[in-house]
Design a protein around this ligand. Structure first.
Ligand code: NAD
Length: 437
């Protein structure tokens, strides 16, 4: 199969490299000339474990290349995937579809022979209809089918998720398109990934419903964590106790500072807007959004009260800035409202992140960045764990205690054991782990 991947970001680059690894001939296209130039030099513009080796081996094998010009790869392709960004539109929270529409017009102009154009970006229900309209308007004689194939990979585990997915959703009722996409994903049948064919609009809604459900699960356990703190219960045991029930499942039940990232916030916002456009109110999803926004900001107050009620003039060391471990992605990271809140409360903030500091500087220019976690906590009045990078779990706690001016640790990811921290003489606050009276 010949594949053109339009958009070479977290999703496009991983999907393109994995398709090439399946044996397909893939060209990844991006408007960003710097990104394409870097990829051609063998440099990976994002941090994603294993991606470097996967891209380079497939480039060497002659199955993967990069360009800024979509004309030739689209003309040659059996399937063209649109994997451009769909961020929140400034001001109203709807998904911004301008990149998808622009890509559709550009693709339309150069289509040749039977082609399946597949929207991999997360898009509101009905976007496939609009992409189809734009393509037919630009190129009325094109032999083309527009399908939806939402992507469920997680940053940080993207290659594994792509190669061993829980399911692949393909939204098209057209038999020729089903055959092409069945062939594209055939190598995954070895991994027993269920291929699920649906109508296009159903596939589009599946993606938003999945993200909204996961965001709800996180927000639910976060609220239970607040209650656990008040009543003297341990939210981690509550999560285990409910998660062992198969109807609930144990994943996404980790209490923390509120969800962030490149998908959940924007997709829950967009889903609420999509529903309102159809005179439906999704009150659960609305509540999830409101609770989560409040929570992220409230984390700064949690630090302040742990520090005795005032942060003015105090130095706070923040460990972890990216929205989760194993990525350099800072989009809507909980660290941003937390750090901003700390600064608003008069604290000085120092921060460390294993890979995200360059990206973080753009979002948080007014703080000090440190090259290692021990330097970050040196002389600080409090340490706050925001992202649960594995290297923070294994820090030398004795040394941390010696480096801190005041032995206060606020652990927003519950990575340490309260007993250990108490035994070492820390003042230790975590999330939802109340003490039995
Ligand atoms: P991204 O911002 O990392 O990458 C998008 C890329 O598209 C950019 O490199 C941009 O330059 C390029 N682009 C924009 N318009 C273009 C055009 N007309 N032609 C060529 N290139 C163009 O975005 P991402 O995180 O990869 O997300 C892409 C889509 O996938 C979004 O809809 C997102 O919601 C969805 N998604 C993301 C994830 C994730 O974990 N990041 C997971 C599942 C789904």
């Amino acid at each position: 199969m010949r594949i053109a991947m339009i958009g070479t970001g977290y999703v496009g680059l991983v999907s393109g490299a994995c398709f090439a690894d399946f044996g397909h001939q893939v060209t990844c296209v991006d408007k960003d000339g710097d990104k394409i130039a870097a990829l051609r030099r063998g440099e990976i513009p994002i941090f994603e474990p294993g991606l470097d080796a996967l891209v380079n081996s497939n480039v060497k094998a002659g199955r993967l290349d990069f360009t800024t010009d979509l004309a030739a790869p689209v003309a040659d392709a059996d399937a063209v995937f649109i994997a451009v960004g769909t961020p929140s539109r400034r001001g109203d929270g709807h998904a911004d579809l301008s990149y998808v529409h622009a890509a559709a017009r550009e693709i339309a102009a150069v289509l040749s022979g039977f082609t399946v154009v597949v929207t991999k970006s997360t898009v509101p229900v009905g976007t496939g209809d609009e992409v189809e309209r734009l393509i037919r308007e630009t190129n009325p004689s094109a032999d083309v089918v527009i399908a939806s194939n939402p992507e469920f990979l997680r940053e940080g585990a993207a290659i594994r998720d792509f190669k061993f997915p829980d399911r692949i959703v393909i939204g098209t009722s057209d038999e020729r398109a089903r055959k092409v996409l069945g062939d594209v994903y055939r190598p995954l049948s070895l991994n027993k990934a269920p291929l699920m064919f649906t109508a296009r609009r159903t596939a589009e809604l599946i993606k938003y419903a999945a993200n909204a459900f996961l965001a709800t699960k996180i927000t639910f356990i976060n609220e239970i964590a607040d209650l656990a703190e008040k009543v003297g219960a341990d939210v981690q045991e509550v999560a285990r106790g409910i998660g062992l029930d198969n109807r609930i499942g144990s994943k996404f039940l980790h209490a923390g500072p509120g969800f962030g990232g490149s998908c959940f916030p924007k997709d829950t916002r967009a889903l609420v807007k999509i529903a309102l456009d159809h005179d439906v109110q999704l009150r659960i999803v609305e509540a999830v959004l409101a609770v989560n926004d409040n929570r992220k900001r409230a984390m700064a107050r949690k630090v302040s009260s742990a520090a005795g009620g005032s942060l003015r003039g105090k130095t706070v060391a923040v460990l972890g800035l990216t929205f989760k471990p194993d990525t350099d992605d800072m989009r809507e990271a909980p660290s941003i409202p937390l750090v901003t809140g700390l600064l608003d409360l008069g604290a000085k903030v120092r921060a460390h992140d294993p890979v995200g500091m360059e990206q973080a500087r753009r979002e948080l220019p007014d703080i000090e960045y440190c090259d290692d976690p021990y330097a970050c906590v040196r002389g600080a009045d409090a340490m706050v764990v925001v992202t649960e990078w594995v290297q923070y779990r294994t820090l030398d706690l004795d040394r941390l205690k010696r480096e801190l001016a005041h032995p206060l640790v606020v652990d927003l990811r519950n990575i340490y054991r309260p007993e250990d921290m108490a035994a070492l003489g820390f003042i230790y606050e975590s999330v939802g782990r109340g003490l039995e009276p």
